[in-house]
Design a protein around this ligand. Structure first.
Ligand code: HEC
Length: 257
């Protein structure tokens, strides 16, 4: 019996580590994240209501590679293709994803070590990281942007989290509560059209999950300061390949040393 509170504590600290992606694609998983949630209005405060659809190209965001297999962020919840429930493995038939980051002109990410000798990054104000989710659709009459998820450092000690979706030729910041039901048809590069039905993930889950799944949770001294998940010091690809690619695109080095 004595073990039960320990087990519960572990579960509450890191449910995403303990669960498979298929479980994470269920509504119940997100209810487990809800405790202590900040309201979604506060979460996205500081982000513009609209972005141009070519925002990422225009600002020259540079993609970076992930370094872990798990935990992963679920793209949506309760997904059906042609009426059949879909598991995480088959999501790639319809969805593609990319991870990108940007820092403002002539600013730098600096690094210090914490008391345990772990690297901590200090990101300049307006650093933006993006989880870009698109549809593999050969029908280009509709926008193939599914979601642009963003975390942007809007204050000295706060990252705003938000989701943009295409609407009227722009990307619009979302304000729905709970799960957003959606249905659309995708014409994949090969094969027959796929009728997709799903729920978009709740907007208030972002920061809660990042606080638990970030590869560098230690660099956020409080829940309020939670930011990027894999655009963090433990990810070797950021310095090894993102930084040189960023320098080629922007003409300055994004790291101070
Ligand atoms: C269930 C956990 C979970 C939820 C919910 C979640 N994320 Fe993430 N997020 C992750 C993980 C893990 C990664 C690392 C990449 C991956 O595996 O997808 C990530 C990556 C990202 C990135 C790429 C940059 C980085 O390293 O952090 C952004 C931006 C992001 N998420 C924004 C959001 C936003 C906005 C929401 C809310 C709509 C959200 N996330 C919801 C777990 C989550």
């Amino acid at each position: 019996m004595k073990l039960l509170p320990i087990f519960l504590a572990l579960f509450l600290v890191s449910p995403a580590d303990a669960q498979s992606l298929d479980e994470m694609m269920q509504v119940g998983f997100f209810h487990a994240l809800e405790e202590g949630t900040v309201v979604q209005g506060e979460l996205s405060q500081g982000l513009p209501e609209t972005l141009a659809t070519d925002y990422l190209e225009r600002e020259k965001f540079v993609p970076f590679d992930l370094f872990r297999e798990a935990p992963r962020a679920p793209l949506a919840v309760q997904v059906f293709f042609n009426g059949e429930p879909v598991n995480a493995r088959d999501m790639h038939k319809v969805f593609a994803e990319a991870f990108l980051a940007h820092i403002p002109g002539n600013t730098r990410i600096t690094e210090s070590l914490d008391a345990h000798g772990r690297a901590v990054w200090h990101y300049p104000l307006n650093t933006a990281v993006v989880h870009f989710v698109t549809l593999k659709n050969r029908d280009t009459s509709m926008s193939n942007i599914f979601e642009l998820r963003i975390a942007k450092k809007v204050e000295d000690r706060r990252w705003a989290f938000g989701v943009y979706r295409p609407q009227d030729g722009q990307l619009r910041l979302q304000h729905y509560g709970g799960f957003l039901q959606n249905q659309f048809t995708v014409l994949p590069p090969e094969g027959k059209p796929i009728e997709v039905r799903l729920k978009h993930i709740p907007l208030n889950s972002c920061k809660n999950c990042h606080a638990r799944t970030s590869a560098a949770r230690y660099q956020y001294p409080s829940f309020e300061e939670t930011g990027p998940c894999e655009f963090t010091p433990p990810n070797p690809h950021v310095r090894a390949s993102w930084a040189p690619a960023f320098e080629r695109a922007h003409g300055f080095s994004p790291f101070a040393q």
